[in-house]
Design a protein around this ligand. Sequence first.
Ligand SMILES: Nc1ncnc2c1ncn2[C@@H]1O[C@H](COP(=O)(O)OP(=O)(O)OP(=O)(O)O)[C@@H](O)[C@H]1O
Ligand SMILES: [Zn+2]
Length: 823
Amino acid sequence: MTRRPPDPPSTGTVYADVVLPLALARTYTYQVPEEFVGQLQAGLRVEVQFSKNKHYAGIIRRLHGTAPGFKTKPILSVIDVEPLLTERQLELWEWMADYYCCTLGEVMTAGLPSHLKMASETIITLGPMFSDDITELDEDEYLIVEALTLQSELSLKDIRDILQRKTVYPVIRGLLDRHVIFPKEEFSDRYKPLEVKCVRFGPKYRTEAERISAFDLVSRSEKQTAVLLEYLDVSRKQPYVRRADLSKRTGASDAVIKALVKKDIFEFYDHEVSRLGGAEANARAGALSREQQEALGAVRGCHAAGKPALIHGVTGSGKTRVYLELMLEEIDAGRQVLYLLPEIALTGQITKRLQQVLGDKILVYHSRLNNMERVEIWKAVLSGEKSVVGPRSALFLPFTKLGLVVVDEEHDPSYKQQEPSPRYNGRDVAMYLAHQHGARSILGSATPSLESWENARSEKYGLVTMRERYGGTALPEMTVANSRETDDKGMHHPFFTPTLIENIRATIERGEQVILFQNRRGFAPVYFCPTCEWSVQCVNCDVTLTYHKYQHRLRCHCCGYVTSPPEHCPACGEVQLKLSGTGTEKIEDELKIFLPEARIARMDLDTTRGKNALGQLLQQFEVGELDILVGTQMVTKGLDFDRVGLVGVISADQLLRFPDFRADERAFQLMLQVAGRAGRRERQGKVIIQAHEESHPVLTDVLAADYENFIQREADNRRAHAFPPYRKMIRIQLRHPRRPTAEEGAKLMGKWLAYALGDLVEGPFEPSIARLRTYYLQDIVLRLPPHVAELKRVKDIIQRATDKLATTKGLSGVRVVVDVDPY
Ligand SMILES: Nc1ncnc2c1ncn2[C@@H]1O[C@H](COP(=O)(O)OP(=O)(O)OP(=O)(O)O)[C@@H](O)[C@H]1O
Ligand SMILES: [Zn+2]
C-alpha cells in the first residue's frame, strides 16, 4: 500500500485539506488540533463541520503548514485508525474530477460505499444480528444502543445530543464495524446467502453397492445412464454438482434429471456458497488452443513493449480464456487483477467461469451487494489480497497491488456513466488506473470501438487478432431478409418475414433455440389519434409514452412516468385510438400467434426487474426449457449457450436511423454481437437480419462480418466530419424548468464561450429530446483538437463561464452540466 508519511512542519499550525461529499470544487482546509497531529495521514476519515450544525465524514487529502486565506475550523475527531483510501486512489479521483469537469465531492460520493459515508442526516438503526449482548459495549456505545432499543432509529445529530458531545463519528464507526448498528437504508437488503441449485445421490444411494444398483434401475434408459455416469465423473472432481452443469455436460434435458429424482436416485438441494466470492475453485482452466496460445504470446509481446493490448477476437474465440491465463499469473505472483465487464448481471456466465478457476481469490462487485458486503470487499481489496470482477464502479476500489486490468467487451456503451456526475467512461478510467499502477492492461472485443481501433492503428496499443472460434466451429451464416417479403399467398406481415418464420420453425424442430433481437421494449412506442394525429406525450419529457400491454399502462422510458391510456382523444374526441411502432412485448405477442406451441420468453428491463428474474430466465434458457428468447440489447451481450441455432434481428433499419454520429458504429456492433450468439458449439448457426434498406453499407459489412472494412470507412467518415476520436468533444447542457430561461442562459453561455474559443463552439441548439424530467434542455458542443494543454485552458474557460452564469441575475437557477466525451 502506498502510504504517505505525515509531513507536518516542525513548527506552527498543521492544516489538513479534506475531501467532503459536497459539490465543492476541490478540497476544504481545516486546522489540525495539536492532539491529532501525530495520528493523521492522507486517506483517513475525519469528522468535520462544514455549514452551520452540519457534520460530515471527510477524507484527508494532504497535510501541510500553509494557512489558507480564511479562518479555519478545527478537525473534530479522527474516525479511522488506518487509512481507508490510498494515495493513488485519491490521485485517480482528482484526475477524474479534472478530466470529467466535476467536483472531487461528486467523485467521492460515487466512489465511497454509503456505509463509509457519514453526515448529520445519516439515520442508523440496530443491526439485525445484534443479540442484546451489551457486555462488549463501552459507556457511549451502550447509551446509543439503549436509545435505539427505545426509539428504533436515530440520526447522527440525535446521537450528538444523546452523548452530549460534539464528536461522535469514531464511536459510530466502532459500532458500524462490529455490525451492531446499520445505516437505515441497509435494512431493506439484509444479507442473504447465495445458493446454487445442485444434485446429489438420494439417501438410499449413499454407498458404493447401492449406487451400482442405481445403474441397474436405469439400464433401460440411455440418457439416464449417461447422466449418472457424468455425475460420478464430475463429483469426483468437484465438491458439488450443479443441476444446470449436469444437463449441459450430457446434453440431457432437465426432464431426464427430474426422472432420476422421481426414482429417488437423485435429490435436489441448494448449495450455499460464500457470499462475497460466491465460489470455491472447483475446476481447472482448459488447455489453450493453438490460437489462444498465439494470442497470449502476442499479448505478452505488447506488455513487454509497455503497451496495452487490444484483443480483436471474433465472437466465441475464447478471449476469456486468454485473460484468465494472465490473471492466474498475476494472482500467483501475489498481485491483484481488476476484470471489468459492462454489466455484471448480464455476464453471470463469465463471472462463474472465473470463479470456478480462481475461487475466492476473485470477488464479484455487483450492483446487488448490500452495503455491508461492499465494505467487506473494500477492505479485502485494500489489504491487497483479493482481485475483483465488476462493472465500472469497481474502479473506485482501493487497489494496493494491482498488476493487471482487463476491460472485456470494451466497445460497450454501458461503460459510460451518463447520470449523475462523474460522467466517466469506465474503459478510459481503467486505462488511466492501469497506467497509474504500472499494471498491464488488456482490452477485448469482437467489435472494438473506433477509439481503441485508432489507438491500435497509431500504435499506442498493440493489436492482437483472433480469427477462429474456440473448437473450430464456423462463424454463423448471415443473411438478410427484405422486410417487404410476402408469403406464398401474397400476404405481408409487418414484423416477421416468411423467411424468418420458416427458419424459426425449422430450428425449434431440430431441438435448437432461437434468439430474437428487437431494440425497443414495451408493446408500442406511440399511442395516437388517427383523426387529428394527437399522441400521448410524457408530462415531464418531450417524448411519446410507450404502451405496455401486459400492465395496460403508458410509460415514459426517460423518466418512468406512468399513466392509464386515455379512452378517447382529448383533442378531437375520437374513441378509436391507435398504436404504432413495435416493442419486444408486441414481438412476443405476435410470435405466439405464428408459433402457438413454442415456449417463448422475453428478456428486457420489464421482465428482469425482480431480484432473481434475470438469473432465472437465463437458467431456463440454458437448461432448454425455452425455445425462443425475445429481447432488447440485453440479448446481444456475451451470452454463451450451446444450442442457439438461429439469431434474428427484427429490424436493422431501426438501428441505423438514430440521429447520432455513432449510430452506424453501434448498429454494426449490436448486429455482429447478437449474431455471435448463434452456433457457438458443434453446429454452424444462422443469422437472419430483416431490413428494408438491404443495401445499406453497414448492413453489407455486417453480412460479410467485415470489421476491417467497416471500421476503415467509419474512421474516414469521422475524420472527414471532425467527429471523435479525431476531435475531443465536450457537451455543455443547460437545464431549466422554464424554456425561455434555459434559452437565455444558453445564449449567454454560448456567447461567452465563443468569445474565448471562436468557432470551436457550436450552438446553442435544442437537442432531439428537448425536455427531460421537467427540464428544458439546450446544448452547446465544443469540438477541439485533441491536445492536452489546450484542454486544460478550455475547461478553465467553461468553469469561469459557469461561475459567471451562476451569479447572473435571473439565471442562477440554470443547471450547467458538462459532459466530456459525451458518447
Ligand atoms: N481453452 C479452452 N478450453 C475449454 N473451453 C474453452 C477454451 N477457450 C474457450 N472455451 C469455451 O469456448 C466458449 C467461448 O469462449 P468465450 O466466451 O471466452 O469467447 P469470447 O471470445 O469471449 O466470445 P464473445 O466475444 O462472443 O463473448 C466458452 O464456452 C468457453 O468456455
Ligand atoms: Zn418522462
